[in-house]
Design a protein around this ligand. Structure first.
Ligand code: ATP
Ligand code: FE
Length: 333
């Protein structure tokens, strides 16, 4: 099928066109306005989506060489995400589907992060284990099929991306801090400052202890030496990143072992982290895992992954009607 997908769950406006399983275009407009506030401002995000949506959709159609009449379905992100942001994309998709007389497909954003693995080869084979690490979620998911997924573990407090961003903020790095911390960590010694690895029973995660430990450690050190952060920045970044990675790997290892799964997929924006990618590859060698990581453009928020998910739903006849509502807390299963 030919599918137009729209993603507007947070602060990126994106539209993609999929033709017969292939992503023909994937256009993303990133919102810069939030940088000065050190975090996403929901009111500003929904307003920026209103400005970006039409140009982004036009660009995606044009790049794909597809006219609106050629579409077989219009898909959009139903949730989870920011309500105001979701509503802008949802309203647009509903209106377009109605005007064109085409079916509408409502997509779960967290399923889409996982199904991004089916855009390009090498693709995992069902069932596999997916570790989704994004700005708002940290989930271990057993993926039995495109439509059958089960969360076996998740964070009880901060998401992995939040752990990166909040600790980066304590170090005075710009928002979002994850990529900055990653870059600085490459030059640092990861065992110099030992921080606590959040150890939860089962497969759950906890990152708030790390944030608190870093806060108190920095308070103590800067009281004696006001330049402590500047003088030790790479080692601090490397040590924090190492702790986050160990926290993730600990549960991933346990889950893979217990579930008897050796295909491990990584999803979400934190999958861009170079330390995590390397650690996962190393772990794969030791454990005999086969590791899957999507191309960077399909890890962070994008409509390509929404289009891919919509195609699975299209084939299963899973369509939405005009009464479908955006759901900021939509559950994965
Ligand atoms: P959700 O999908 O849970 O609603 P989101 O879509 O906003 O959240 P993503 O776009 O998937 O989140 O990921 C953004 C997060 O990824 C941010 O927290 C950002 O700091 C983090 N991130 C991006 N690149 C890196 C990197 N190289 N190292 C560490 N973190 C990174
Ligand atoms: Fe996301």
């Amino acid at each position: 099928p030919v599918i137009l997908a729209i993603e507007s769950s947070c602060d990126d406006t994106s539209a993609a066109v999929l033709v017969g399983g292939e992503i023909r275009s994937n256009v993303v407009a990133t919102q810069q306005v939030h940088e000065q506030y050190g975090g996403v401002v929901p009111e500003l995000a929904s307003r920026a989506h209103q400005q970006h949506l039409i140009p982004v959709v036009e660009a995606a159609l044009q790049k794909a060489g597809i006219r609106k009449q050629d579409l077989d379905a219009v898909a959009f992100t139903q949730g989870p995400g920011l309500l105001g942001s979701l509503l802008v994309g949802g309203m647009f998709a509903k209106t377009l589907a109605l005007a064109l007389g085409k079916p509408l497909i409502a997509v779960n954003h967290m399923r889409a992060h996982i199904l991004a693995h089916f855009i390009d080869a090498p693709r995992p084979v069902f069932p596999f284990l997916c570790l989704t690490v994004s700005g708002g979620h940290t989930q271990l998911v057993v993926v039995r099929s495109a439509l059958d997924m089960e969360i076996i573990g998740q964070t009880i407090d901060d998401a992995a991306g939040e752990a990166f961003d909040k600790t980066a903020k304590l170090l005075g790095l710009p928002y979002p801090g994850g990529p900055h911390l990653d870059k600085l960590a490459r030059e640092g010694n990861s065992t110099r400052f030992p921080f606590p690895v959040g150890a939860m029973p089962g497969y759950d995660f906890s990152f708030s202890g790390l944030k608190t430990a870093v806060l108190y450690f920095l308070k103590k050190e800067t009281a004696q030496n006001p330049n402590f952060i500047q003088e030790n920045l790479p080692d601090l970044c490397a040590s924090i990143q190492h702790t986050i990675i160990q926290t993730l790997l600990r549960q991933l290892r346990r889950a893979a072992h217990d579930q008897g799964l050796a295909q491990i997929a990584l999803a979400g924006g934190v999958a861009a982290n170079s330390g995590l990618r390397q650690a996962l590859q190393d772990e794969a060698t030791t454990q005999g895992w086969q590791v899957f990581i999507p191309a960077f453009q399909y890890c962070t928020d994008n409509a390509g992954m929404v289009a891919m998910t919509a195609q699975f739903q299209y084939e299963a006849g899973d369509f939405a009607d005009q009464l479908v509502s955006s759901d900021p807390r939509l559950k994965l299963a």
